[in-house]
Design a protein around this ligand. Structure first.
Ligand code: SF4
Length: 350
């Protein structure tokens, strides 16, 4: 098996795009709801745009319930979407079954948060990796080729020597080793894009960096496009080229990771950064930082009108309660934007 990008593919080529991606989950109905005209739904994801390019990592950051994992599942075609489009190399895609679905997942693979739950405890590492190689047609034509492909996969995720791990069961490995096996299984498809849903959040702090470094190394060597879902904005700065921030199902800020994390523009991004532990910043926190952003995320069944952050925002203005903010350029770096009326020049309150 050759794990390498197509020789002709240009750097930065767009692999996967979400355009206006929207997902509303219908709320389970009671008998009395059958007579209502309007049916309630959880507005999990609304009008999300993102672009994954070869050899680049995009971080999607937000607190629990912000919709970031739903975006990954939509991109993995695990849910049908309510609206918008998903394009693979410019071609519109939809949830399919059988051969078409396999052709899609061969190019777009997902890594889940819990490596133990994603591996079958009654099967060995050899079984998991062989299955992936066979399903995606990368197992070779002979037993010797299969053994080489298995050894290659484990070597790529730094589980060496491979023979030490191949016949072990998931419970015989550490959490970090299990996540490396899950990554190796994804690589068995020889994908172009990886959707990594909180890939290190269930691992010990001491081994998180090793797994992130592995993903970065794979991105560079295999020219992979990676979507990195996380609630930890500090790791996004370390690992991602671009950072997008989500709140209550909507994108609120985006740009290169340095700009978004060092000069956050949206009040919610500032709240996320102020909430992240950082010993260097403990003494410089503004006295009002602890008071900012108090409150709970809103109901996604009846999300607030206007800006969804307005019930928690210390800078909210009257128009924030009625008008949905549009993306506005921040101007400190090309491509840095925030969906916040503070940056509307007409407002004059920046
Ligand atoms: Fe706050 Fe208004 Fe900006 Fe929303 S649009 S983040 S409520 S200032």
């Amino acid at each position: 098996m050759t794990l390498s990008p197509e020789a002709t593919a240009p750097a930065d080529e767009v692999v996967l795009e979400a355009i206006g991606l929207t997902k509303h989950f219908p709320v389970r109905r009671k008998l009395r709801d059958l007579f209502r005209r309007e049916h309630e739904a959880v507005h999990a994801v609304d009008d999300v745009h993102l672009t994954l390019r070869r050899g680049r990592v995009v971080a999607l950051v937000g607190e629990s319930g912000s919709g970031k994992s739903t975006v990954a599942r939509l991109l993995a075609q695990l849910h049908p979407r309510t609206g918008g489009d998903i394009r693979l190399h410019g071609e519109s895609t939809g949830v399919k079954r059988g051969r078409q679905f396999r052709a899609y997942v061969r190019r777009v693979q997902m890594i889940f948060q819990d490596p133990f739950a994603s591996l079958n405890p009654v099967h060995t590492i050899r079984y998991h990796l062989t299955r992936s190689l066979r399903i995606h047609g990368n197992a070779g034509k002979s037993a010797a080729e299969l053994e080489r492909a298995l050894a290659d996969l484990l070597t790529r995720v730094s589980l060496t020597p491979p023979e030490r791990y191949l016949d072990k069961f998931p419970h015989e490995l550490s959490g970090g080793q299990r996540q490396r096996v899950a990554i190796a299984r994804a690589l068995g498809a020889n994908p172009e894009a990886l959707l990594a849903d909180e890939p290190v959040s269930m691992l010990d702090v001491s081994i998180r960096l090793g797994v992130l470094n592995l993903l970065r190394d794979l991105k560079e060597r295999l020219d992979l496009a990676i979507l990195y879902i996380t609630h930890d904005i500090a790791s996004a700065r370390y690992f991602a080229d671009e950072t997008l921030v989500m709140y209550a199902g909507r994108m609120v800020e985006g740009g290169d990771s340095e700009s978004v994390t060092q000069s956050p523009a949206h009040p919610y991004t500032r709240l996320l950064i102020d909430s992240a532990p950082d010993p260097d910043r403990l003494h410089s926190l503004r006295p009002d930082a602890a008071d900012r952003g108090n409150g709970e995320p809103p109901s996604l069944i009846r999300p607030p009108a206007g800006c969804r952050f307005h019930p928690r925002c210390p800078a909210a203005m009257p128009r924030c309660t009625t008008d949905l903010p549009v993306r506005l350029e921040i101007g400190d770096a090309p491509g840095h934007w925030a969906a916040c009326w503070l940056y509307d020049r007409k407002e004059g309150t920046r």
